[in-house]
Design a protein. Structure first.
Length: 233
């Protein structure tokens, strides 16, 4: 609803006929916005406060044009007790239905949000970065230095040790942090292997190659053609 209000207000302000007197239309915009049913509750603000949508000047003009009896004249014929009981009944019904609709919408929004959400679990002693709103501007925040996790309060809240203070933060304001391990000496372990335990073939069965000049033939060695005669020799 807030986004729709901004869009309508921008359209009115950019219109040439209302650029100088746009502030005079705010009351009419607010009245009509309060007449529109909210998608979360299923009722308009006027229905939840007054038990019904209020009549505008167009409603009164329509009744006069169609020759319908005025609503005020019909209400004057009703007794005060009957009117108050009817109003209380309508407000109670609207309140209960609004709660049921809001619960359904919240479950729908939660299901839509959890589709792309990744579970994060911290253990006592782990380190994490905390989103801290330390700026005067509401939409600006920064990630703090690594803080230690004290304990898990609930599924979505953790107690964190931040700046020598213990605070409870929502899991969406936490980011896992892995501290850098200090460089240590590399320890090499000598492994002794018993040759008798290995299943190796005897030396006499291994093939031997005679690399002496008398057994080496020119045809046994192939020299690449990229070398010249001096290089091949």
């Amino acid at each position: 609803m807030y986004v729709q209000f901004r869009i309508r207000l921008r359209r009115i302000y950019t219109t040439q006929t209302t650029q100088k007197n746009w502030d005079t239309t705010l009351n009419y915009i607010a009245f009509n916005m309060n007449q529109v049913a909210c998608s979360t509750l299923g009722f308009s603000p006027h229905q939840l406060v007054f038990g019904k949508n209020l009549r505008s000047e167009f409603d009164e003009l329509r009744d006069r044009f169609l020759g319908l009896p005025s609503t005020n004249d019909c209400q004057r014929q009703r007794q005060v007790t009957e009117f108050m009981l009817d109003l209380q009944k309508r407000l109670t019904t609207a309140n209960e239905l609004a709660k049921q609709t809001a619960a359904k919408q919240q479950q729908k929004t939660c299901t839509w949000y959890d589709k792309k959400a990744k579970p994060k679990v911290f253990k006592p002693g782990d380190y994490c970065l905390v989103l801290v709103a330390d700026d005067t501007r509401k939409l600006f925040a920064r990630w703090s230095e690594p803080a230690e996790v004290i304990r898990r309060v609930s599924e979505t809240f953790y107690k964190i040790s931040l700046n020598n203070k213990r605070v409870i933060k929502h899991i969406n304001c936490l980011r896992p942090f892995s501290p850098r391990q200090p460089p240590g000496a590399v320890v090499s372990a000598a492994v002794s292997v018993d040759a008798d335990s290995l299943d190796l073939p005897p030396e006499s069965s291994l093939p031997l190659i005679d690399w002496s000049d008398e057994h080496r033939a020119d045809s046994d060695i192939c020299i690449g053609t990229l070398f010249n005669a001096d290089q091949q020799s």
